[in-house]
Each structure stands twice: as C-alpha cells, then as structure tokens.
Design a protein around this ligand. Structure first.
Ligand code: HEM
Length: 147
C-alpha cells in the first residue's frame, strides 16, 4: 500500500484543486455578474451552473473523500496519530472535521438545487461558507507538516 501513497496524494490533491477551484470561480467570478445582469437572468445562469456542476462534482467529491480516508488510514494507522498532547494528528483531525462540514453544506446545496430551492442569495452564502471552510482545510493540510 505504501508505494501507492504518492498516487493517492496526487488523486486527493487533484480532486481538491477541482473542488476548491470551482468554488473560487463561483465566489470570485460568478458573484460579480450580479452587478451586470438582472435577478431573473442570474437565476438562470446559476441554475445552469448548478446543473453542470451536478454532472461531475459528486464523483470528484467521492474520490476526494475516499482518497482522504485512505491517506488517513495509512498516515494515522487507525487513530493512533492522535496523541494526548497537541500536534500533527490534532491538526489532521481538525482538517477532517472541516471537510465533513464542507460535505454537509455541499449535500444540502445539491438537494436544494434539485428541489428548486436554491435562490441567488442562498447560492451566494453557501459558496462563501464553503470557500471559508476550504481555506481553513488547505491551511491545516499544509500547516500540519510544520508542527
Ligand atoms: C473538502 C475536502 C478536502 C480537501 C479540500 C482536502 C485538501 C487537502 C490538501 C490540499 C492536502 C495537501 C496535499 C499535499 O499538498 O500534499 C490534503 C492532505 C491530506 N488530506 Fe485532505 N482534503 C479534504 C478531505 C479530506 C478527508 C475527508 C480526509 C480524511 C478522512 C483527508 C485526509 C488527508 C490526509 C491524511 C492528508 C495528508 C496527505 C499527505 O501525506 O501529504 N482529507 N488534503
């Protein structure tokens, strides 16, 4: 399993880039369109974006979490990396908890989108919350190697 490790990290990182990149696009690019286009048009654009994202993002998220679990298992050997004193394992655990927060928000957004309950206001706040959590995850993912 150990020689698969770099490939699993590569898969995990690639999925994270697609997931975080899509959210960055929605917050930094799509949100700015609200100043140029009216509410009805924005609703259509955002519905089209959600429909497109729903075609591939669930697969990316499943791969991201499966590769994450595999990395956790190899790195942490069960939960033995979590020692009584604060350190690497605790930062990893915090990162995983934030990742589950992202998963919860993502699933509820997908379900709201399918039921037609995703208005532009909810769309905007969902993406801002997810982006803030993701910034935390990426910082923790790198910080944990420096404690
Ligand atoms: C939104 C979800 C997630 C994002 C955006 C994310 C992002 C990242 C990033 C950017 C790295 C650094 C990779 C590198 O540069 O080497 C990383 C590493 C890692 N992630 Fe995740 N991750 C997520 C979910 C998870 C989950 C659910 C788990 C475990 C259950 C997990 C476990 C790990 C582990 C163990 C590492 C260390 C890998 C190494 O040895 O470098 N991740 N993650």
């Amino acid at each position: 399993m150990a020689h698969w490790y770099p490939l699993i990290v590569l898969l995990h990182l690639s999925c994270a880039i697609v997931f975080v990149g899509a959210v960055c696009f929605e917050v930094l690019v799509l949100e700015s369109f609200h100043r140029q286009f009216d509410h009805a048009l924005m609703e259509k654009i955002e519905a089209a974006v959600m429909a497109r994202v729903r075609t591939f993002m669930p697969v990316i998220v499943v791969l991201l979490f499966l590769s994450g679990f595999a990395l956790f298992d190899i790195r942490c050997n069960g939960f033995s990396c979590i020692q009584p004193q604060f350190g690497w394992g605790w930062l990893l655990l915090l990162k995983v908890l934030l990742a589950f927060g992202v998963l919860g928000v993502f699933i509820s957004a997908i379900r709201a989108g399918m039921r037609g309950g995703m208005d532009p206001c909810r769309f905007r706040y969902t993406h801002r919350i997810v982006l803030s959590l993701m910034i935390g995850i990426v910082i923790l993912a790198k910080l944990m190697f420096y404690v």
